[in-house]
Design a protein around this ligand. Structure first.
Ligand code: GDP
Ligand code: IMO
Ligand code: MG
Length: 427
């Protein structure tokens, strides 16, 4: 196998960074294809933790090519700070490519994101306020500024002038707040452009070239299926397509090239921000998951909403992404529980429904159906083989696989690279 993709199956923070870092050991190229610095991917190597926002999780290996693909939205100041910070920690970046087609996030995108959330009040989405949605909106509106534009001063001046003028009008008339200085922003971004220039490539060609040369390419999803703009819990979603189809578009690679699609499933469910979450536990069980799992956002520090695993959600993700394998993470967080519940579907107005409803109004009224399994009540983080896991832990993951209809590929029992049990060779 020469290609693999890692996709979040729930509402994000499933442990994609950890799984990508593990699989990257055998990969040559690691590619991010959507989202931006709304992602927070934690990779723990030798007990050192790295929280990556824009850099692909393969960056900690000095011999891998890391690519920020065309579908990503890039905040250059965040990217440069991230590069400096990991270099300062002794990581050698040998090969980083940034797509000339990727769109650039500007301070006005961040302000629009903040002001929109304020205006929405109670109805706010709970975004990461990184300007992700407004940047993608400009892209769709065909007024966005791409990395390649930023490198051509004449083009950049014209496009930035247009955008700053337009946004300043919006700030004044609609949001009733101050605008930005075009000259200051221009100078700031021209400096970023020079720092980024050495990395900029037409990555649509380079990704396909590497694959054609038999290099092993690993596609790293950010966000997750239920945050997908088209298929998630709209409008409580992100502004990109974190599903496998979106990864093809964002990387510029045809779907036939994708060989192994791995869905990362947290052993329970978390969600940051607003929106439906039928298996949420606002009780002792939820507190246990939040406290034991230290469930606070990598990016925003917000407490994550916690609940039981919902296999209706994961089954929907399996369908949308054509999942080949499941990677179940954070199984060790359930070590202390007497019993563990799985939400296997819902009832709506007394009727059982097995499909994930598209309507938010229906979603808000569904009642989860639970199945209860025995816990294992013993630490599992030291286990390295499947057989070493207690039989109750095996029964739990096997039941998930059965309910979702996708075979188990990986079981993760701790944040470190070696705390990983492999059931299927992905590459
Ligand atoms: P991502 O956004 O999907 O990459 O996930 P995050 O990094 O935001 O959150 C996952 C958290 O779980 C990180 O702190 C990881 O280091 C950690 N993690 C990943 N896998 C495991 C696991 O199997 N057990 C434990 N205890 N932690 C894990
Ligand atoms: P990783 O890659 C969890 C959520 C936000 C909010 C919604 C929209 O670490 O799994 P946005 O800033 O994207 O416009 O916010 O999406 N969100 C995430 N939640 N993990 C993420 O990324 C997320 N990226 C965005 O909390 O509800
Ligand atoms: Mg995260």
């Amino acid at each position: 196998m020469a290609t693999a993709m890692v996709i979040g199956t729930q509402w994000g923070d499933e442990g994609k960074g950890k799984i990508v870092d593990y699989l990257a050991q055998k990969a040559d190229v690691v590619i991010r294809s959507q989202g931006g610095n709304n992602a927070g991917h934690t990779v723990v190597v030798n007990d050192q933790s790295f929280a990556l926002r824009l850099l692909p999780s393969g960056i900690l290996f000095s011999d891998k090519t890391c690519i920020i693909g065309s579908g990503v939205v890039v905040n250059p100041s965040v990217l440069l700070a991230e590069i400096d910070s990991i270099k300062a920690r002794g990581v050698h970046i040998s090969s980083l490519e940034i797509s000339t087609r990727a769109h650039v996030i500007f301070p006005y995108h961040i302000r629009i994101d903040e002001e929109d959330e304020k205006l929405k009040g109670e109805a706010k989405i709970g975004t990461t306020k990184n300007g992700i949605g407004p940047c993608y909106a400009d892209k769709v509106n065909r007024i966005g500024i791409r990395v390649g534009d930023m490198l051509d001063e004449a083009v950049f001046r014209e496009k930035l002038k247009y955008n700053v003028t337009l946004k300043n009008r919006l700030f004044k008339m609609y949001y009733e707040c101050d605008g930005f200085s075009y000259e200051e922003m221009l100078q700031e971004y021209l400096e970023y452009a020079e720092k980024i220039r050495p990395y900029v490539r037409d990555t649509d060609y380079s990704v396909n070239y590497y694959i054609s040369q038999g290099k092993k390419a690993l596609f790293e999803g950010a966000q997750a299926t239920m945050l997908d703009l088209d298929h998630g819990t709209y409008p409580f979603v992100t502004s990109s397509n974190p599903t496998s189809g979106g990864a093809c578009v964002g990387a510029g690679v045809g779907p036939r090239k994708m060989e192994n699609i791995v869905g990362v499933v947290k052993a329970y469910t978390t969600r940051v921000g607003a929106g439906p979450f039928p298996a949420e536990q606002i009780n002792e069980a939820g507190e246990y998951l939040r406290n034991t799992g230290h469930e606070f956002g990598t990016v925003t520090g917000r407490p994550r909403r916690c609940g039981w695993l919902d296999t209706a959600v994961v089954k929907y993700a399996a369908m949308l992404n054509s999942l080949d394998y499941l990677a179940i993470t954070r199984l060790d967080i359930l070590d202390g529980l007497d019993t563990i519940k799985i939400c296997t579907g819902y009832t709506y107005e007394g009727e059982k429904i097995e499909e994930y409803p598209a309507s938010l109004a229906v979603m808000e009224k569904v009642q989860p159906i639970y199945e209860t399994l025995p816990g294992w009540k013993t630490p599992i983080s030291h286990c390295r083989n499947y057989e070493e896991l207690p039989k109750e832990a095996r029964a739990y993951v096997e039941r998930i696989s059965e309910l979702v209809g996708v075979p188990l590929g990986i079981v993760s029992v701790g944040p470190n690279r070696d705390q990983t049990i492999i059931l299927q060779s992905i590459f």
